[in-house]
Design a protein around this ligand. Structure first.
Ligand code: SF4
Length: 98
């Protein structure tokens, strides 16, 4: 494959405090087991992204990513990825409200 992503928006959870009618992932406040990937699996995915493009912009989104208890651990592990200069942002509800 000759494809190199430069911006990755990653929906880490389907949970959200809001119930927007236009929601693109049908997010709801209570979704049992809504985090499909464990913390370790997410770290593996970030490693794989960094191998493809270590300077890609990674947007941690959802749902509401702050509802994931491991969000800050995941964010803190990004600079620890070998040879990774990946900038990241957290896309959270207040910035999305209208
Ligand atoms: S804030 Fe975003 S994720 Fe949450 S319900 Fe609205 S559209 Fe869905």
């Amino acid at each position: 494959m000759n494809y190199r992503p430069h911006v990755i928006s990653w929906n880490l959870t389907q949970r959200c405090n809001l119930l927007c009618t236009h929601c693109y992932i049908s997010a709801v406040p209570q979704v049992g087991n809504s985090e499909k990937l464990t913390t370790q699996e997410c770290r593996r995915v970030m490693d794989e992204i960094a191998q493809i493009n270590p300077s890609a912009l990674l947007i941690l989104s959802g749902g509401e990513p702050l509802l994931r208890p491991d969000l800050f651990d995941l964010a803190a592990s990004i600079p620890l990825i070998k040879k990774c200069t990946m900038p990241f942002a957290v896309s959270t509800e207040p910035g999305r409200r209208r």
